[in-house]
Design a protein around this ligand. Structure first.
Ligand code: ADP
Ligand code: MG
Length: 255
């Protein structure tokens, strides 16, 4: 579905991605784990067209997407849930959801959008209870649910998630990742970047480890969890002290 071939990206003269090659297949949950500053957000912004890849190739369904505008990329079905949720704080929950459907305003019927809202409310039952509340007054977990709901209304075929667990309590993380598992089983392909390796590796099928803008490891998550280097970097005593690391929830059943 998505293929990157030796993609490099820069901020001015500073190189932030170094020849990143990766693949996301139809129906997969793929995770990119990496420490703070590894280049995870840069990678997602490069895929979604917010940042331009200076070198390398990116293809979605075999179509070259390098240099496409973010708007066109959303139109093709790649939708990003940004780091830190980025809900519109002074707008209501309902208005935030409407913004999600903005790119489809001339294409989707009202009936179609209402049915999708009902489906999203089924996934996140807290949202319909908060429709007229300002998004900025929601809890972090509720904002993350809203950000995901908003992205779903853009009708993604590939959902890009930037650290959805960040700053959330373990129980809330578990609830959100359970929904991500459900969405994947319903057919949605997901590319998830996370600093929280234990949670990401427990939900994804395959994973890549990003370090200093470079992919240093790639494997099935079952193998990455057992990998000596991953264990040392992400599950060692050093990382346990870092914020946001939680015990793994039980792994999701196989597809
Ligand atoms: N707008 C920017 N201008 C310059 N450097 C940036 C910018 N955004 C990120 N960087 C740098 O690029 C590197 C990767 O950052 P980022 O992709 O945000 O990492 P991560 O999401 O993995 O924490 C870091 O060294 C960061 O300082
Ligand atoms: Mg980031």
């Amino acid at each position: 579905m998505l293929r990157l071939d030796k993609v490099s990206a820069y901020y001015g003269r500073i190189q932030a991605l170094r020849e990143v090659s990766l693949e996301v297949r139809d129906g997969e949950v793929v995770t990119i784990i990496g420490a703070n500053g590894a280049g995870k957000t840069t990678l997602l912004n490069t895929i979604s067209g917010v940042l331009r890849a200076r070198e390398g190739r990116m293809a979605f369904d075999g179509k070259d997407i390098v240099g496409q505008s973010p708007k066109n990329i959303v139109g093709m079905g790649i939708v990003q849930v940004p780091e830190g949720r980025q809900v519109f704080p002074t707008m209501t929950v309902k208005e935030n959801l409407e913004m999600g459907a903005y790119s489809r305003r001339n294409k989707a019927s009202k009936k179609e959008l209402l049915a999708e809202c009902e489906w999203i409310f089924g996934l996140f039952p807290v949202l319909p209870q908060r429709l007229s509340q300002k998004a900025g007054s929601l809890s972090g977990g509720e904002q993350q649910m809203l950000a995901i709901g908003r992205a779903l209304l853009a009708k993604p075929r590939l959902l890009l998630l930037d650290e959805p667990s960040m700053g959330l309590a373990p129980k809330v993380i578990e609830a959100i990742f359970a929904v991500l598992g459900d969405l994947n089983r319903a057919g949605l392909t997901i590319l998830l970047v996370e600093q929280n390796a234990s949670v990401a590796l427990s939900v994804a099928h395959r994973g890549y480890v990003l370090s200093n803008g470079r992919i240093i490891l790639e494997d099935a998550c079952d193998n990455l969890i057992k990998n000596e280097e991953v264990r040392r970097i992400y599950f060692g005593k050093h990382t346990r002290e870092r914020r946001g690391i939680v015990p793994s929830p039980s792994p999701l059943p196989e597809n």
